[in-house]
Design a protein around this ligand. Sequence first.
Ligand SMILES: [Ca+2]
Length: 170
Amino acid sequence: MSYYKIYRDGTYIAQTTSTSYSDTGLAASTTHSYQVSAVDTSGNEGQLSDTASATALSDGGGGTSDTMYVSAIDIWVSKSYGPFRDISIRVTVVDGDGLALNGVTVYLDLELPDGSIVSYTGTTDSNGEVVFTYTKGGTGTYTATVTNLVLFGYTYDASTNIETSETLIV
Ligand SMILES: [Ca+2]
């Protein structure tokens, strides 16, 4: 095997030696069918694969406004009762233009004083914020770390995070 030929809607568009391919420059929200064939080192092309279909991103994708990142993590004691503490964590997510992003699924790990991890998943509101609360905690060190952000049409660019984790000593 030497390379692959890629067909969109029955028309040859590209060749690649990679096992993955990203198509660009498509009209927003259009659906296309794709097939591949393998070409051997003698130039003989094999049979076309079964058809796979894909839909272009609604906004075309790829621009700087289609990225998102964590603009803030805040962690505090939201309640004290006897030996117990409730620990709250607020995560704020913005898009590439710095505007609050609604509907982002936020994945967060909270490391407890005993070193164990509690994982949370939540969705941001219209202020780009989601609050998680760990109840009946003891004293010690709590560290909250955002592990992923997911929203259709957006790419999580962790390299632009203002904060990725925050620690509170209770
Ligand atoms: Ca902070």
